[in-house]
Write a protein that binds this ligand. Structure first.
Ligand code: FE
Length: 136
């Protein structure tokens, strides 16, 4: 998979200010404020910045956190993780594997079969219902 690499100025032009703040500056949308935390349609979720397939509705569940939550990414090409010690917390950041957009964090308190909770900002995602079958 080819990486997508753009300058800060290019990302600013391409993204909305809110998307830019989250995906390039690692901001976090307020809980229960995003488009997808309670979204239940079948389909796929792509990276809002580059279109990479990130998650499927089949792995989405209601964590009660106020952010869209998934127990697994779509594939091994979907995301990368990195240690994040900002805000006096030790967390694992989740990034788009193709464009390095900040997506959210992953925690070890998710449901079976993985026990993982990918806690993702809605604004970093773009839902597409036609991605449903192949994204599963
Ligand atoms: Fe991306």
């Amino acid at each position: 998979m080819a990486k997508v690499s753009k300058s800060d100025a290019e990302w600013r032009k391409l993204l909305t200010p809110e998307q830019y703040e989250v995906t390039r500056q690692k901001d976090t949308e307020r809980p229960f404020s995003g488009k997808y935390y309670n979204w239940k349609e079948k389909g796929g979720y792509r990276c809002a910045a580059c279109g990479n397939k990130l998650f499927s509705s089949e792995a989405k569940y209601d964590s009660g956190s106020g952010w869209p939550s998934f127990y697994a990414p779509h594939s091994g090409e979907s995301v990368n993780t990195a240690p994040d010690t900002s805000h006096n917390m030790v967390r694992t950041e989740v990034r788009c594997r193709r464009c390095d957009a900040h997506l959210g964090h992953v925690f070890e308190d998710g449901p079976p079969p993985t026990g993982q909770r990918y806690c993702i900002n809605s604004i970093a995602l773009q839902f597409a219902s036609e991605d449903g079958e192949e994204a599963g």
